[in-house]
Design a protein around this ligand. Structure first.
Ligand code: GLA
Length: 366
């Protein structure tokens, strides 16, 4: 029998670019998954097959970055060898995925988490949930070379069906919040643009936020209040002021969203999404023309309570909160106007909050 494992992508309701700034985030795992199964083979070569991609293989005695999709899998082997001194032996790894790539839905974290979850079981590693998401983040930071925060790997491991997870990244304390959407749906609009700037731009924003913090003379954004920003406006200069303003105001919005969610008031939640988008576009500057256009169109349409860019930015997707009865009309209208403006046919779909990584029953083969 081959046992399969799957790990979900994620959306983030609110709390963008706060996870590496000691802030709050409110993600949810979604019903789009990377599925993975492992079979033992002779020798010490690890073979990777992913549907629709070129097959790869590597030796566990020499794990090196190759700048392609396999790095997310290799990174997990690399971390486990370093931290657990593992010898894995030959393996054949089969992967399929329904998480769109470059869409801001964390397909890379889902692949890392699916890999570590499968290896945890296959090699009886006994890793806890937190060990799994922390190691997956290390693979991304230290092997792949993207200086991401913890949100994506955390959400992919810890997600819970029909819930969002409120996480305080400063303490790693978390709380599940029921996400009972009632007559609303969460709809993703994938702009299909992915600006080359993304990982460079991401790392640059991280640095700018850290520099602003230094200028404020604080050790953590948790110690920075709105009045601190006003008082230090001149010292910060325009750019650092706006970067810090995003972090501080976005944290306030996450706390507000948490309160709003407990009353399932999706009209008010929508308004917060719009404010978050404005802040990401103008203060943190991680949006782009195509995504701004999508948000502008969505804001005008009947049945949409709010929308914003999600994920690292510089392209990717918009999350919209939409009355379910209007979803088809909204998708049609946005698709039409986006194609008219940019000549790009976007993808759109509804997503549902789902459980985190685990066994994938569909892959169990006798
Ligand atoms: C990417 C990173 C996350 C987070 C978001 C922005 O998805 O992987 O850690 O920083 O961007 O909120």
């Amino acid at each position: 029998m081959i046992k399969g494992f799957k790990a979900p992508g994620r959306i983030n309701i609110i709390g963008e670019h706060t996870d590496y700034n000691d802030g709050y985030v409110l993600p949810a795992a979604i019903d789009k998954y990377v599925s993975l199964s492992i079979e033992r083979t002779e020798g010490d070569t690890i073979h990777l097959n992913s549907v629709g991609k070129e097959a790869l293989s590597f030796s566990e005695t020499r794990i090196e970055r190759s700048g392609n999709w396999g790095d997310y899998v290799k990174g997990i082997f690399w971390v486990l060898k370093r931290e657990r001194d593992m010898f894995f032996g030959g393996m054949k790894i089969q992967i399929t995925s329904t998480v769109p790539e470059g869409a801001g839905l964390s397909s890379s974290a889902a692949l890392e988490v699916a890999t570590i979850t499968a290896l945890n079981s296959f090699c009886n590693l006994g890793l806890t949930e937190s060990q799994r998401y922390l190691m997956a983040q290390k693979a991304e930071n230290e092997f792949v070379g993207v200086n991401c925060g913890i949100m994506d790997q955390f959400a992919s491991v810890m997600g819970k069906k029909n819930h969002a997870v409120f996480l305080d990244t400063a303490t790693m304390e978390y709380e599940y919040l029921p996400l009972e959407l009632g007559e609303y749906s969460m709809v993703i609009f994938d702009s299909k643009v992915h600006h080359a700037l993304s990982s460079g731009g991401y790392n640059a924003r991280r640095e700018e936020a850290a520099n602003a913090l230094k200028l404020l003379g604080k050790r953590s954004y948790r110690d920075v209040s709105m009045p601190d920003l006003f008082v230090n406006r001149e010292k910060l200069g325009d750019l650092y002021y706006r970067r810090a303003m995003h972090v501080v105001s976005e944290n306030m919005r996450v706390l507000e969203a948490k309160r709003i969610l407990s009353n399932s008031n999706f009209e008010n939640l929508g308004r917060l999404l719009i404010q978050s988008h404005e802040s990401l576009a103008h203060d943190y500057e991680v949006s782009c023309e195509e995504v701004d256009f999508l948000v502008d169109v969505l804001r005008e349409l009947n049945g949409v309570s709010g929308a914003r860019i999600i994920g690292g930015g510089f392209g990717g997707s918009v999350l919209a909160l939409c009355e379910s009865s209007e979803t088809d009309n909204v998708r049609e209208e946005v698709t039409r106007r986006y194609e008219q403006k940019f000549g790009i046919i976007l993808d759109s779909y509804t997503v549902n909050p789902s459980d985190g990584a685990g066994e994938d029953l569909l892959l169990e083969i006798d």
